[in-house]
Write a protein that binds this ligand. Sequence first.
Ligand code: SF4
Length: 339
Amino acid sequence: MPEQVLVTPAALEEPWGQQIVQRLQGLNLPIQELPRNRLTGLRGETERETYDIAKRTLALVTAPASQFKLSPIPPSADWQFHIAEGCPAHCQYCYLAGSLQGPPVIRVYANLPQILANLAQYESPNRDTSFEVSCYTDPLGIEHLTGSLAESIRYFGTRQQGSLRWVSKFDAVEGLLDLPHNGRTRCRVSINAAPVSKRMEGGTASVANRLRGLRQLAEAGYPIGLVIAPIMPIEDWEEHYEALLNQISDALDFDGRLAEFNLTVELISHRFTPGSKTALQAWYPHSKLEMDEQNRVIKRNKFGGIKYVYDRDTMQSLKQFFEQQIGRRFPKAKILYWT
Ligand code: SF4
């Protein structure tokens, strides 16, 4: 639950924004209507203080025009779109650090119907086109405040060629189980070995509960997925990741019917950029997260940006381990990518 809710005048004009305000009022959250369509006054004395204020603030705003021009998001999906930006959790490696501008306020978009209506033009007429909605937020983590994930699932339930993908570290799936999803939405949970999930993922649901939620979604007929991320060669990593894979097998053991379920796996190794490192060190000054450039190699993207990844041998042994283990335990599951 956020501690403060800020609403811009433009957001209040939107019927979907009014629906969200009603929800928030029903939860007895203090709502402040802003005089202008700008968020101000959210900076503290230090970066850490700014972070604290921002993470406890939900702002209901309208998505800017730039968001109506979608970007591709390989290898996860064809396109990304956004129903919100920011997340209430506190992962010490958060991949949003350094990619969002300004304090990490949770911005929820009030003009959802327009955002959804904009997507159809990006659908390819002769093949399935996938849309990722969790690049800048954890959509399930704020669903009780917005209803926007459910609305997106309903929308994709009506599409022939478009499909939705989302991923979460939360578990409150009840409101999604009876939706007319029509198999057009793949629900994934992001999970990690216990030393990472227990020490570095503040404010999220436990891995056991995420897997329980995923199972409920599978039983409700959704295609499902596992995103194992960020994979780190922590001390005794084989043992810890094997324990995680055992936990997954147990949680998704549908009385031997696992093969009937449509399961995908995505494998993402840990990486950081100069910008994300600076932001994360200010947000989590006591974190034990390893971000030593000396231990990494540089990977460049086509725009000249750099990120620090593990060296080739480390990558190779991690990749091999997961491919073998997953192939043995979940032979029907499709590994979508390793990165
Ligand atoms: S759940 Fe995802 S978006 Fe939220 S803090 Fe953790 S890594 Fe960041």
